[in-house]
Design a protein around this ligand. Structure first.
Ligand SMILES: O=C(O)[C@H]1O[C@H](OP(=O)(O)OP(=O)(O)OC[C@H]2O[C@@H](n3ccc(=O)[nH]c3=O)[C@H](O)[C@@H]2O)[C@H](O)[C@@H](O)[C@@H]1O
Length: 452
């Protein structure tokens, strides 16, 4: 349409806009004519995009935290970090720690490395020349200073422990880009049977969500690592067939802790089935020993006996003593290392299964249950102090009356043979306990003198 005819048409909203458009485009063209104006518009756009992205990330994090029913601090006081940033010195520490010192040495990621079993397994692997890096979130379920002391001990042997949560997917992306792990030793978990009634969310967060986050990273890794992880004797729950064999029923968990470990075993099946991950689950039976967990009975009893405080000894129905298949840490370490050594390769790549992969479950126990009062007798003899015993009815808090492992499968396939009886093992524990807490006391005194 020629401009003269177009101008003679009556005004319409469209026209008015067009005229406004012309006005603004003239004004804009004046602005555009300067480089400063272009820069200004670009900056405004950049700011808008940044604000938009920040808002989305923050909103997502808030929803994520609230969906877990929590606050912005972790389930045990740790801080939830939305991402992960590495730097040169961090990468250097990871690389150094992961370098094997023997030919054909494994390259292992150990989660829960500052924990009881994790620190022992890490040390054993390093000592025989494997490369490894640890991850631990140092939560305050029990005294953090003990976890830090284990970390110091590992650092002296050249093992780097990353202070992070297993739910941090960004950590796994960074770490798996940096290192090609041959194996994962997954020991990070929310442990303890009775604490599950106080903090159920913590069990779901670590033992289910954390496990899935890690499996997701493993499935996408290229090549995929082989995985060994800690399940628990508690999966046998109310099973009354003794001794407990891997083929026994495990669908009657007595605690939420046991239920999350059982769920872990099912999740392991899924990742093996869909993605070809090689996965070995280990059902540990009440592990004890030096550098142990203060929340466990043998440890807290020792502390209370030495302080002259009474201890509660639970009893089952008809005042029957409870019994556990207490297993010494060195035997558990042998079982863990043998599981790593015998693990088949994962078969998937690029997140896709290429063939059937190994899926195993083993009991790692001692095969000779001991009653709790006998445990106390042994502690008394090594501590040379009499316990003040309160016999009380077992509270309904997830406990089971007894555990007893059949380890013939582990014996056949891992050459697993527990060699430490409870008396020998507790003697080693008591020696460590007295030394460790005496050292800690001296350090505290020296620290307070230094700060005067
Ligand atoms: O084998 C396992 O799967 C589990 O072993 C332990 O659980 P638990 O056997 O209950 O070990 P303790 O908490 O040390 O209790 C040992 C025995 O002492 C008894 N006990 C515990 C505490 C107490 O104050 N009094 C008492 O008599 C318990 O009832 C139990 O029979 C660990 O805490 C779990 O993390 C682990 O998974």
């Amino acid at each position: 349409m020629p401009p003269s005819i177009q101008e003679s048409f009556p005004s319409t909203p469209g026209k008015v806009k067009m005229e406004q458009g012309n006005y603004f485009s003239r004004a804009a063209s004046r602005w555009h004519s300067t480089a400063a104006a272009r820069l200004f518009i670009f900056s405004v756009l950049l700011l808008a995009v940044t604000v938009f992205i920040w808002f989305r990330v923050t909103a997502h994090e808030v929803l994520d935290v609230y969906s877990r029913g929590g606050t912005f601090s972790g389930s045990n006081g740790g801080t939830i970090r939305p991402g992960f940033k590495s730097d040169y010195s961090w990468e250097k520490q990871v690389r150094q720690s992961c370098s094997p010192t023997r030919e054909g040495g494994l390259i292992v990621l150990v989660t829960g490395a500052a924990g009881f079993v994790g620190s022992h397994v890490s040390l054993a692997l390093k000592k025989r020349g494997d490369g490894l890096v640890g991850v631990d979130n140092f939560n305050d379920y029990y005294e953090v200073s003990l976890k830090r002391a284990r970390q110091d001990m590992l650092a002296k042997h050249g093992i780097f422990v990353i202070d992070e949560d297993i739910n941090n997917a960004a950590l796994w992306t960074t770490l798996f880009d940096l290192v090609q792990f041959t194996h994962i030793m997954h020991l990070a978990a929310q442990a303890g049977v009775r604490y599950a009634m106080q903090n159920p969310g913590s069990y779901v967060n670590s033992n289910i969500a954390g496990l899935v986050t890690l499996f997701e990273a493993c499935k996408s890794a290229n090549p995929q690592p082989s995985i060994v992880w800690a399940s628990s004797s508690s999966v046998y729950g109310l099973n009354s067939k003794v001794p407990f064999s891997e083929s026994d029923r495990t669908d009657q968990p007595a605690s939420l802790y046991a239920a999350t470990k059982k769920a872990g075993e099912e999740i392991a099946h899924t990742y093996n089935h869909i993605y070809g991950l090689s996965i070995t689950g280990l059902r540990f039976f009440t592990v004890y020993g030096p550098w142990g967990r203060p929340d466990m009975a043998y440890f807290s009893f020792t502390r209370d006996i030495l302080r002259g405080k009474p201890i509660n000894i639970y009893q089952g129905q008809n005042n029957k003593d409870l019994a556990r298949d207490f297993t010494f840490i060195d035997d558990i370490v042998s079982g863990c290392v043998a599981s790593l050594d015998t693990a088949g390769k994962s078969t998937g790549s690029g997140g896709k299964k290429k063939g059937a992969a190994m899926l195993r479950i083993f009991n790692l126990g001692n095969t000779s249950p001991v009653t709790v009062p006998t445990l106390v007798d042994i502690l008394e003899s090594h501590l040379k102090v009499k316990a003040k015993r309160n016999l009380i009815k077992m509270p309904r808090n997830g406990d089971v009356p007894f555990t007893h492992a059949n380890v013939s499968l582990a014996q056949n396939q891992l050459n697993y043979k527990p060699t430490t009886d409870l008396d020998t093992g507790l003697k080693k524990f008591v020696n460590w306990y007295l030394k460790y807490y005496d050292v800690q006391k001296k350090l505290k005194i020296r620290f307070s003198l230094d700060n005067r």
